[in-house]
Design a binder for this molecule. Structure first.
Ligand code: OOG
Ligand code: MG
Length: 265
């Protein structure tokens, strides 16, 4: 029988995850070895990994929510939203093909993206506050890439792994958020010519701005704020689809236009 150590080795697990990301080699979930890993410990591992990235020159450019839609929660077997940070190294221009060699087993999901013009301060931020603070919304594709074998993880595992954050691509159209009901925005996800998923903005916790408010309120609990200038990915609206060599994945949204990615072998 394994005896639980009193303290999870945050540095060790942050390093394991960073190495998996750098070497494009998946590892077993942390909870295989640390079945009692808590959410607090998992966020400490995530924080340590982000600090390491910042220490070598990456810059935090925003934040993301994950597992905010029923489709994603059902796909991953996890039933609570998660939060993580985005760095400049994850930003991918839409016209730039993504080399599959740089990733482990990427998947793509369509998201509504908030470009903040002002800070959103918790702990009591509302969807209305988020819309007021948002300079523009745009469409986006998140490329997730779990550092765990076969995307197998529990809630604390995926938290430690920065909610599988890997790359994100933004559409070019910028829209004033108050000009429409983001919950009603429809989206089509296509692989090549094939329509594979459909959803609406309300798939994200009822309204994507509600999700962003939850992120602001969670950050407040850590003494942090959603900052002006940040890019916020509100969460995948559909289940994620594999990004395969030479296949183009695109999302077309009502009012927000479309965004695509293509991977090269
Ligand atoms: C976790 C990441 C979830 C989303 O938008 O739901 C996420 C995963 O599915 O690997 O980014
Ligand atoms: Mg996502």
């Amino acid at each position: 029988m394994r005896v639980k150590s009193d303290v999870v080795d945050v540095d060790h697990w942050a390093e394991e995850l960073l190495t998996a990301e750098r070497d494009h080699r998946a590892i077993a979930p942390i909870t295989d070895k640390e079945p009692d890993l808590t959410l607090a410990e998992a966020y400490a591992i995530q924080d340590r990994a982000v600090q390491r990235k910042v220490a070598v020159g990456e810059r935090i450019v925003g934040a993301k929510l994950g597992l905010t839609s029923v489709a994603k929660q059902a796909q991953m077997g996890v039933d609570e939203p998660v939060f993580a940070f985005l760095t400049d190294a994850m930003a991918t221009p839409s016209e730039q093909p993504v080399p599959l060699d740089d990733l482990i087993h990427p998947r793509v999901e369509p998201e509504i993206v908030f470009l903040l013009g002002e800070d959103v301060e918790g702990p009591a931020a509302t969807a209305h506050d988020v819309v007021a603070a948002t300079a523009a919304v745009c469409c986006g594709l998140e490329i997730i890439d779990s550092r765990y074998e076969s995307f197998r993880f529990t809630l604390p595992d995926v938290v430690a792994d920065s909610a599988s954050a890997a790359r994100f691509v933004l559409g070019t159209r910028r829209v004033e958020p108050a000009s429409m009901d983001l919950g009603l925005l429809g989206v089509l996800l296509e692989i090549g010519p094939d329509l594979v998923e459909t959803a609406a903005g309300a798939a994200c916790l009822g309204h994507p701005a509600t999700a962003v408010a939850a992120l602001a309120n969670w950050l407040a609990g850590r003494g942090q704020t959603l900052e002006a200038g940040w890019i916020v990915l509100s969460g995948g609206l559909t289940s994620a689809v594999p990004l395969e060599a030479n296949a183009a994945v695109s999302a077309t949204f009502a009012h927000l236009g479309s965004v695509g990615v293509r991977a090269t072998a």
